[in-house]
Design a protein around this ligand. Structure first.
Ligand code: COA
Length: 207
């Protein structure tokens, strides 16, 4: 099984949109993509890649088949600190459960490190989204804080409460493990809490 990241083109629009299901819409998009909105999204990613700024997004390929999407966005500020870079990901239903998201996160962190984008990677995720919380925690992200989103809203218009996880920058995996054991308080997201609709998890991208 070979997992790679690559730029998305118009030829990927159909497969990208077909890979969205109710989980992607509920936890990530808010609405399914159309041919037009996805084309505009891919164009904007290509512009950002050329300009080396803003959201950088990639198709995630499993053995050369488009199997998901991952991006990093230094322009997201909601609930985040200076230097934080928001990471988002989705895996097409047929490819889930094989470690694709975990490897995509590893690859986007590598990309951020190589391109000096930010100092901490952060995942903002609904604590009820157990799969995504697992991906983040298995990828070494730890709980940072709960916060109320200033940008994300429930369908009824109410503001979303959010919580977050973080990872101190500039330490090795071994040091991080030791610190994590010694750290007082929470290190993981409490999933499934009624009323909480988001959280963020973070880790150092420059390790
Ligand atoms: C979240 C999502 C990306 C996970 O993709 P995936 O490729 O199936 O995840 P992985 O196989 O890499 O799983 C990574 C770890 O999380 C665990 N995990 C994944 N899905 C899980 C689930 N539903 N329940 C419990 N654990 C889960 C895996 O067991 C794995 O741990 P392991 O290495 O110990 O086995 C996928 O379910 C998805 O696209 N969901 C909709 C979009 C979304 O929620 N995006 C995130 C928004 S913040």
């Amino acid at each position: 099984m070979r997992i790679t990241l690559r730029a998305l083109t118009d030829e990927d629009i159909e497969a990208h949109n077909a890979g969205e299901d109710e989980h992607t819409v509920r936890w990530l998009n808010g609405a399914p993509g159309t041919a037009e909105t996805t084309a505009a999204h891919f164009d904007s990613l290509a512009d950002n890649a050329r300009a080396e700024r803003g959201k950088r997004g990639f198709g995630v390929c499993l053995d050369d088949h488009l199997a998901g999407y991952v991006d990093c966005d230094p322009d997201v500020t909601d609930g985040l600190e200076p230097g934080d870079v928001n990471i988002s990901y989705a895996v097409h239903p047929w490819a889930r459960g094989h470690g694709v998201a975990g490897e995509a996160v590893r690859l986007i962190l590598e990309y951020m490190r190589e391109n000096r984008i930010g100092t901490r990677a952060v995942v903002r995720v609904d604590p009820d989204n157990v799969a995504s919380v697992c991906v983040a925690e298995k990828s070494g992200f730890i709980y940072v804080h709960d916060f109320t989103s200033g940008t994300d809203r429930h369908p009824d218009g109410t503001r979303q409460p959010v919580s977050g996880l973080g990872r101190p920058p500039g330490i090795t995996g071994a040091e991080y493990s030791a610190a994590r054991q010694a750290r007082p308080g929470r290190t993981s997201v409490r999933t499934g809490r009624a009323g909480l609709s988001g959280c963020a998890v973070g880790r150092d991208a420059l390790e």
